[in-house]
Design a protein around this ligand. Structure first.
Ligand SMILES: [Zn+2]
Length: 491
């Protein structure tokens, strides 16, 4: 059975008749209407005085809007005064698929003419949208707005609360957080980090072992870059959000935090991370040049072998044939060693402070991100329109909007990272150190343990695209030798 909300409101200003009597007759009319439409209903009613503009019952109703299919009111033309929030409430009703019923007829907001919508605005005239925000959860959110930690009684690991509810660093715990972020930058998996922390004897505040899921959530937590983020949810949907930068001292510098998010985003399928020790130099780096999937290396009893690709996308199967692994590794390592010259040139440039090329590169990256951002913002507008026109359902809308919002957030983070990097161009000490380290390491590349070599390669290789350019079949290894494709995507 469909569920309706009945909303009744009378103002004390109506003196002509006995107010209880009017309220009674209105209530009866709307209950009758609900019965006619076979609706179960919740009743919201309030009597306001002229001075008092708060509408607690209406606020309550709006906060539960997604539970209802219909809103039953007496008359939408009745109340009329200018109100800036009427449009937002109208959208709330449309997005929640709530139809309005009055004794004189139904109003479907997604289909009615502008005239009716205007009437509806008038109906909501007295409603003070700001009141909702103030009334519901205002205490916490207002405190968060001042940079205080109010979302839970406990401070997150690495911090404690001072008497003003601000977070201050607890050095003994902060080292754990720094370790987690540092290791993630080195592309160590959450599993492996958990193991390391356990070995080091670094535990949670209550002495428990820090699990993989602790680590996964810690490295996404904005609190560690000095942000207080708080939100208020109504029926699991975020209705209000606060985001304050520099609310407290960061344990992880913003740039590093953003770099970690980028790595996590790039490796959402977790395959980039080592699940166990890498025993091959190119472990987790080889991807299929035909279908984009990761290629696996296996020891076949005689030698290491890149397995044939057998990934299926709907009806298309990728059948790129396998290949001996070692020649591919040799080829890549040769290419990598040739990077030394580039590193040296980059280092010299940095030393002479000619950063034009790097700056140009940042500009290009930024431009492309901005274009992507525009695309997703356009999509968001389209989604709203599609929802208004009834082309997609409420559930579809919410899902797609959240997905799209996530993309926008990612891109904004990447843009921010580039901007910080660009600002840091003049301060190049760290980059110089990195290049010097790379140059030195390249000289002794062959002496490195496979695992260390793998870690080192991952600091500047994003992916190696590989294809044997032959189709896998039963005599896989007897076929004619084809020219293989090996393309390295540098970070
Ligand atoms: Zn493939």
């Amino acid at each position: 059975m469909a569920l309706a909300a009945i909303y009744l409101r009378l103002s004390r200003n109506e003196q002509e008749l006995d107010i209880d009597e009017i309220l009674n007759s209105h209530r009866n009319a709307l209950i009758k209407l609900a019965k006619q439409h076979k609706l179960t209903y919740d009743l919201y009613q309030e009597i306001s005085s002229g001075v008092n503009t708060e509408r607690p019952q209406l606020n309550l109703l709006l906060s539960k809007l997604d539970q209802y299919d219909h809103l039953l009111v007496m008359d939408i033309d009745r109340i009329s005064r200018e109100n800036a929030y009427a449009e937002q409430i109208k959208q709330m009703l449309i997005l929640n698929d709530v139809k309005i019923l009055t004794p004189s007829g139904a109003i479907d907001l997604s289909q009615e003419s502008n005239e009716m919508l205007f009437s509806f605005q008038a109906m909501m005239a007295n409603f003070e949208y700001k009141q909702i925000r103030k009334r519901l959860g205002r205490g916490r959110l207002a405190a968060a707005e001042q940079g205080r930690w109010t979302m839970s009684n406990k401070a997150p690991l690495g911090y404690e609360k001072d008497k003003n509810q601000r977070l201050i660093i607890v050095e003994e715990e902060a080292k754990i957080i720094r370790h987690i972020f540092q290791k993630t930058l080195e592309r160590v998996s959450a599993n492996e980090i958990a193991r390391q922390l356990d070995t080091l004897g670094w535990r949670s505040r209550s002495g428990k072992v820090l699990t993989t899921s602790h680590i996964s959530s810690a490295r996404k937590n904005v609190v560690y870059r000095g942000v207080v983020q708080a939100c208020r949810r109504v029926n699991n949907r975020i209705v209000d959000e606060v985001f304050v930068e520099d609310a407290h001292e960061a344990i992880i510098p913003k740039q590093q935090w953003l770099e970690v998010q980028k790595i996590l985003e790039e490796n959402k399928d977790k395959k980039f991370f080592d699940k166990k020790k890498a025993n091959r130099r190119l472990q987790n780096l080889i991807y299929c040049n035909c279908c984009g999937r990761k290629r696996y290396i296996q020891y076949d009893g005689k030698q290491d072998f890149i397995k044939s690709c057998s990934y299926k996308i709907s009806n298309n199967t990728c059948k790129d044939r396998g290949h001996k692994y070692l020649p591919v590794e040799d080829y890549v390592l040769q290419k990598v060693k040739r990077r030394k010259e580039e590193f040296e040139t980059a280092l010299q440039k940095l030393k002479s402070l000619d950063t034009t090329d790097v700056e140009n590169q940042f500009s290009i990256q930024r431009e492309s991100l901005v274009k992507q951002l525009e695309k997703f913002e356009r999509r968001e507008r389209n989604l709203k329109e599609m929802r208004m026109d009834g082309e997609i359902s409420k559930t579809e809308f919410v899902e797609m909007k959240e997905e799209n919002g996530e993309q926008i957030k990612q891109i904004l983070q990447q843009i921010e990272l580039i901007e910080i990097q660009r600002e840091n161009l003049s301060n190049t000490d760290e980059e110089q150190e990195r290049l010097e380290y790379n140059i030195q390491t390249l000289d002794k590349l062959d002496e490195l343990e496979p695992e260390d070599c793998n870690t080192f390669l991952k600091t500047f290789i994003k992916k190696i695209h590989f294809s044997s350019n032959a189709i896998a079949n039963h005599n896989t290894r007897n076929g004619e030798e084809q020219e293989v494709t090996i393309e390295i995507a540098w970070l």
